[in-house]
Design a protein. Structure first.
Length: 499
């Protein structure tokens, strides 16, 4: 009881001192008050060996929370939250996991290379009743780092950069991965709430390399290449190349090019930017779109041979004259550039997008082109250094079929496997067609393995017959054409002889 009375008396004395000090401050000039505060800080430094570093929630950009603050929040949530007494749980923006962080006015302890560091989470509420248009003005959160002065160099030079790097890694692990698509430039806005260059939805494609229908050796080679790229930041810096890699996926429709992209994204834990070239007006817009992409992402241009004319070849002169209206006396109305919806992205602009100076902005990006007709693409577009690895997505092999059988039917062996192997070697069919035949025949009916495999055998026989018929027709047409050419040549020779 005596102790309680003692602390009560101390509290009353402290309150009286603070009241008197506030009265005295009103009658002391501001310059003298500042000097007194400076002298008191110097005096305290002689007796207090601890230093403080403050990390504010909002930095110079008031509309945007500090990246360092967010990294600290993520780091403390992952490494130190278990030692806190007050916690705050929330589902952060673009986060797939619940984030449990240190609540306001609580303190946690961390150790680094033998040094003890104290983190204190706090906030300052403005006394004014004026509503600010800037976020964070009415309620300013911050973290205070407290440490002994002898650890100054260790904390500033090593510990804080370590917290930044680890916090960013935690943010990447916890973030909800996204699938982006580019918006038309007419809707771009720099104001908050307006449309940006990219819109996004959660990326939820379930494809993985385990479920990808592909030859195991080819699949393993791609996985090794992706792992080497992910861990090669220092190597790319050493050789003087931007940290990016290009992949060309080519092959007939239905061979799994889009599924391969999804498997890559899930394996690397990257976002996906699906770039629609026909919605890009010119090379400048293309460059702006690239700048707005983030690291740890895959930039995809699907069916690049069908998007825009990127042959790089000069137009025919007659076609140019016809386009320019030469020889036509009718007056031509001027075209409003803002209403001209046709894309003017050039081969040169796309090449600069892939490996020009602007491609070095940021890092850890993969660029993927897909096409059904590799031969239609300009050689400059797909040379090594731009599209570093060419991956052929071919027709279904027996090894790929076994992956599909495992995925769809949960089987690894069956009496019909031998027949399926023989037919796959004799005909060409896409993995998509094989998968369709392995699907259940009816939702109400349980999956019947025998019926599904029998349907596949029937489809393979039909494809074999159609391929044979097409080949016979092609040979007949070639023979007919050869006979016609021979007949024409004979008639021409007869006329020359007669003449």
């Amino acid at each position: 009881m005596a102790a309680v009375d003692k602390w009560t008396g101390f509290g009353s004395a402290l309150a009286s001192f603070l009241f008197l000090w506030s009265v005295v401050q009103r009658h002391i000039p501001a310059t003298l008050t500042l000097r007194l505060a400076t002298w008191s800080n110097k005096l305290a430094s002689y007796f207090n060996p601890y230093l403080e570093v403050t990390i504010s929630e909002y930095g110079a950009e008031r509309f945007r929370r500090s990246d360092f603050y967010l990294a600290v929040e993520a780091y403390l949530s992952d490494a130190c939250a278990r030692r806190a007494r007050k916690l705050r749980a929330e589902l952060g923006k673009d986060s797939k996991n619940l984030q449990v962080s240190v609540d306001d006015y609580d303190e946690v302890t961390d150790t680094f290379h033998g040094a003890t560091i104290w983190w204190h989470a706090s906030k300052k509420i403005a006394r004014s009743n004026v509503i600010s248009i800037y976020p964070g003005e009415d309620e300013r959160r911050f973290y205070r780092v407290i440490f002994h002065s002898r650890h100054r160099d260790l904390v500033v030079d090593s510990y804080l950069p370590f917290v930044l790097e680890e916090g960013r890694a935690v943010i990447v692990r916890n973030r909800e991965r996204r699938l982006f698509t580019n918006n038309p430039s007419s809707s771009w806005s720099s104001y908050r709430g307006g449309k940006k260059q990219w819109s996004h939805v959660p990326f939820e494609h379930p494809a993985t390399f385990d479920t990808l229908a592909m030859d195991p050796d080819d699949k393993e080679a791609i996985i090794d290449d992706l792992e080497a790229f992910r861990e090669a930041k220092d190597y790319y810096t050493k050789v003087g190349k931007p940290w990016k890699r290009g992949y060309l996926l080519y092959g007939p429709p239905g061979t799994g090019k889009s599924t391969m992209i999804a498997a890559m994204a899930n394996f690397l834990d990257y976002d996906v930017y699906d770039l629609e070239l026909t919605a890009v007006k010119n090379n400048t817009e293309l460059r702006k779109l690239f700048i707005e992409t983030t690291g740890k992402s895959i930039i995809v241009i699907e069916d690049i041979d069908c998007s825009v004319d990127l042959t790089g070849k000069r137009k025919d002169k007659k076609a140019e004259k016809k386009t320019d209206g030469e020889g036509d006396d009718k007056p031509k109305l001027p075209v409003d550039p803002d209403k001209d919806d046709s894309t003017k992205v050039t081969l040169s602009g796309l090449l600069n997008f892939i490996d020009g100076l602007w491609s070095a902005c940021g890092g850890e990006r993969i660029i993927i082109f897909t096409t059904n007709h590799k031969e239609k693409l300009d050689p400059a577009l797909i040379r090594r250094g731009r599209m570093d690895k060419h991956i052929e997505m071919s027709y279904c092999s027996f090894e790929a079929f076994k992956v599909l059988a495992k995925n769809y039917l949960d089987i690894t062996e069956h009496d019909l496997f031998g027949e399926v192997r023989r037919l796959l070697e004799e005909t060409q069919i896409s993995p998509a067609d094989v998968a369709e035949n392995l699907m259940p025949m009816s939702k109400k009916k349980k999956r019947d393995t025998n019926a599904c495999l029998a349907a596949l055998v029937e489809a393979l026989n039909k494809a074999k017959e159609e391929a044979a018929a097409a080949k016979a027709k092609e040979e007949a047409e070639a023979k007919e054409k050869a006979e016609a050419e021979a007949k024409e040549a004979k008639e021409k020779a007869a006329k020359e002889t007669k003449g």
